[in-house]
Design a binder for this molecule. Sequence first.
Ligand code: 5RP
Length: 215
Amino acid sequence: MSEAKRLAAEKAIEYVEKGMIVGVGTGSTVAYFIEALARIKDRIEGAVSSSEQSTALLKGHGIEVLDLNHTGGLSLYVDGADECDGNKNLIKGGGAALTREKIIAEASETFVCIVDPSKQVPVLGRFPLPVEVIPMARSLVARRILALTGGQPVWRDGVVTDNGNLILDVHNLSITDPVKLEQELNQIPGVVTVGLFARRPADVVIVGGQPPQVL
Ligand code: 5RP
């Protein structure tokens, strides 16, 4: 799958225009994108990063990392996903970076999602849905999620997000109305971010292959 990830990432470079500040996601697919971006770094103004992990990679390649508060809205955001349905709704957060990822997606005109073919699903939910929670609300949120969805929330033990919070991974969901579920879970006190990207889905999905498929 890593070759498919690389091919998707290389294709996404076509969306980068001269002078852009590029929103950059997190994960192994994005790591290929950062490598490709480094080759054209003199043509861009910099990047806004969605995680400490991506910040380290970007800086390691000599790409300037800028603060979203100073850049304002972005033209382009490139990120991976854990699952993608036919309407470009996504599950994200396998790398625990969902909150900053969702902020950058919201700030961006065009969200290009880069995936390998294994990420495509007819209905979201096979991949456990990550939910970032405030530490003191972990058990409360887990109980509410169980009651609301019937899914099984599992604490991702040992993981603390870049924002100092915890992750619950919700197993056994079949998400037929992702916008509704995203809204409902967002209402639970203590939930910081739900890893469903449906209210603001991807605009373009690139599925890595020979040739890459642009959806
Ligand atoms: C990180 C994410 C990633 O985009 C997602 O986990 C996919 O990762 P990879 O490209 O390594 O398969 O949402 O929070």
